[in-house]
Design a protein around this ligand. Structure first.
Ligand SMILES: Cc1cc2nc3c(=O)[nH]c(=O)nc-3n(C[C@H](O)[C@H](O)[C@H](O)COP(=O)(O)OP(=O)(O)OC[C@H]3O[C@@H](n4cnc5c(N)ncnc54)[C@H](O)[C@@H]3O)c2cc1C
Length: 440
């Protein structure tokens, strides 16, 4: 199974995780900003809502619509590379993979990335997609300018200097402020990262968390529920030489151990959930330490072949150790059988209105379950712990929070909704998800 796009079959659109479906009234694939603006105007005339979709990698119904679905396929490519300002401007539907590869060919790179690069640039940034970083933030935090088509069909540009109030919010716009047509990102000369992957006891990671975070540009780890084991990953800039994970080793470790063995473990676990803790013990021990050096996107990202459903919350970084202890205690005391690791990452505070890291140094804790297995009991118990620490859920991952909650955990929530009232007074870009998280 690949991790590429969602799709529409027999009129029904489904997301990657298979947990969201919708039936759009019609679909359009604009090939230019003019065609897109035209589609927005026509939808308004027909009394239909509008929603742009990326690759459907969100686990929430944030991209679902019963109105007009705007597909990204024909709005792709690099518009401009500006070596004076060190920026790249891309069409909104460009997959992150294509952006990363094009930049590398030009000797350039983004500063930070998430775990995969299948998503479109607009889909990824609209929900606040992030990796891990001590100083470097989410993909949206690397945006320096945006172009969007608003509800009246006009084209709006924003940056720190031009319409700064729109820029503050629209970098993570949840699809609520307009349809993004182009994004300008800050880039830097391409560099090398050395990755050190190393299994480490859960207790040691928690005890040394502050040091591990402070000593590394990008620190993250996976904890295997039902075990006291983790796998840590430290990425730091390096002078080289480039030492990619060898082809054979990559095939063995990534495809067989990380994805292949994992897939089999999921099948066995689904057929016989009672075996999951034993499988977790074995698979957490199958990992071994390794070090490699490569260009950024090859170190940050890897394919995800086993499908899953995910919840992820950002908590204040200072609360991460306590939150993780509570999560482990909850799993240990329950009869839950959790076959997927818990992923822990960090981000520095940023200045984007509804970024999960808005104004707050953050740590992310993500819980996963295999696609097709019941996940709500685990996620509900985890969510109770996350929200007790004023957690902010990833906009694209399963959660049950609503506008009332967000008004409490986001000091600038009212700023976002006021801007939405101005840019989309008739709620052309509304869907059920936005009604829940932003209000009517
Ligand atoms: C295997 C996997 C790995 C993942 N890894 C990470 C990770 O490492 N870090 C992380 O933070 N998240 C991660 N995610 C979550 C994922 O990055 C986000 O859900 C992201 O939003 C998906 O991008 P997409 O292109 O599929 O957008 P979609 O899910 O299709 O859409 C997301 C939102 O963007 C809006 N949108 C799309 N295009 C436009 C546009 N042109 N204008 C305005 N709005 C638009 C949609 O309306 C919707 O609101 C992962 C998800 C999966 C399935």
């Amino acid at each position: 199974m690949s991790s590429t796009a969602s799709g529409t079959r027999n009129g029904t659109w489904r997301n990657w995780g298979g947990n969201v479906a919708s039936r759009p009234a019609r679909e359009v694939e604009p090939a230019s900003v003019e065609e897109l603006a035209d589609a927005v105007r026509r939808a308004a005339e027909d009394g239909l809502k509008v929603k742009a979709v990326g690759t459907g990698h969100s686990f929430t119904s944030i991209a679902a619509t019963d109105g007009v679905l705007i597909r990204p396929q024909l709005l792709t490519g690099i518009r401009r590379i500006d070596r004076d300002s060190m920026t790249v401007t891309v069409e909104a539907g460009t997959p992150l993979k294509r952006l990363n590869m094009a930049l590398a060919r030009e000797g350039l790179s983004l500063t930070n990335m998430g775990d995969i690069m299948e998503q479109t640039v607009s889909g990824a940034t609209s929900t606040g997609t992030h990796g891990t970083g001590r100083e470097s933030g989410s993909i949206a935090a690397q945006i320096t300018g945006l172009e969007l088509v608003t509800a009246d069909g006009s084209v709006l540009h924003c940056s720190e200097k031009e319409n700064p109030d729109v820029f503050a919010a629209a970098r993570i716009g949840l699809g609520a402020l307009g349809i993004v047509t182009a994004i300008t990102f800050a880039v830097e000369p391409i560099f090398l990262l050395t990755a050190r992957e190393e299994p480490m006891p859960f207790e040691k990671v928690l005890r040394d968390f502050d040091e591990l975070w402070a000593e590394n540009e990008h620190f993250e780890f996976y904890w295997f529920p039902h075990t006291g084991s983790t796998n840590t990953k430290r990425n730091n800039r390096s002078a080289g030489p480039q030492r990619p994970v060898g082809q054979v080793k990559a095939l063995f470790e990534d495809e067989f151990l990380s994805n292949g063995v994992f897939q089999v473990a999921q099948w066995v676990g689904r057929a016989a959930p009672a075996t999951i803790p034993a499988i977790a013990q074995i698979s957490s021990k199958a990992l071994s330490a390794r070090t490699y050096t490569d260009i950024p996107y090859k170190v940050f990202t890897s394919p995800r072949r086993v499908r899953f459903v995910e919840m992820e919350y950002a908590v204040p970084r200072g609360a991460v150790v306590e939150t993780l202890r509570e999560l482990k205690t909850m799993v240990d005391r329950s009869d839950l059988k959790v076959s997927f690791p818990v992923e822990v990452r960090t981000a520095p505070a940023d200045d984007i209105t509804l970024s999960t890291a808005s104004g707050r140094d953050s740590a992310y804790i993500a819980v996963h379950m295999a696609k097709g297995t019941p996940y709500m009991r685990y996620f509900t118990a985890a969510e109770r712990i996350f929200t007790a620490h004023e957690g902010r859920p990833h906009w694209g991952k399963v959660h049950t929070r609503d506008a009332e909650y967000f008004a409490e955990v986001y000091p600038r929530f009212g700023e976002f909704t006021a801007l939405r009232d101005r840019l989309d007074p008739d709620r052309l870009f509304q869907n059920d998800y936005l009604r829940r998280v932003l209000g009517a």
